[in-house]
Design a protein around this ligand. Sequence first.
Ligand SMILES: Cc1ncc(CO)c(N)n1
Length: 229
Amino acid sequence: MEEKAKAEEKKIGMTETWLRKHRLLYDGATRHPLILSIRDGTINIASFKTWLAQDYLFVRAFVPFSASVLIKAWKESDESGDVEVILGGVASLEDEISWFKREANKWGISLSDVVPQQANINYCRLLEKLMSPEVEYTVAITAFWAIEAVYQESFAHCIEEGSKTPAELKETCMRWGNEGFGQYCQSLQKIADRRLQKASDDELKKAEVMLLSVLEHEVEFWNMSRGNV
Ligand SMILES: Cc1ncc(CO)c(N)n1
């Protein structure tokens, strides 16, 4: 059966259909060894610091990307509520950047000296491609949702009952693992599903390929911290 029909029959969204189809890759992105090591308390702090420093650079690039999704929503969306949801995300990035600065300070990391690693450069390049006005809103919002959802699922796993996450890493996990962020991700997923339901086959294909690309970049991003293990 065609995927679109499958999604309609089971009354699940296109994004969920894709996550089931690409389960292995999704688990690779959300249950990475770095995340598992945070959860079981065996994390090497040097790995954490590498991730933190690299993610600060990523989030700086994520700001203009988020703004570009906001512009696409304003121009192309069939529902005005999308703008508010995305605006909420854009607005929270100022606090997020301040948090990265405080957290880096706590760990003795000088952010101005951080050099982006290849996986980070590659991921930021993908964000830049997505900022192009030629990229459809449906494709961009699918990527936006996936990027946020991977962090939500990953860090929520570290604060679940039974996890042995070290106390000094709990705040980091709460940042993306908290319920509010989870609800925000669900709002993004709903928008993506609504758009994908109306999308052409060509757009659907592009969005699915983009989802896979995001997941692959997320795995590579976590892998950067392996240099310290
Ligand atoms: C690499 C990466 N993916 C997703 C997020 C969530 O915004 C982040 N901060 N960094």
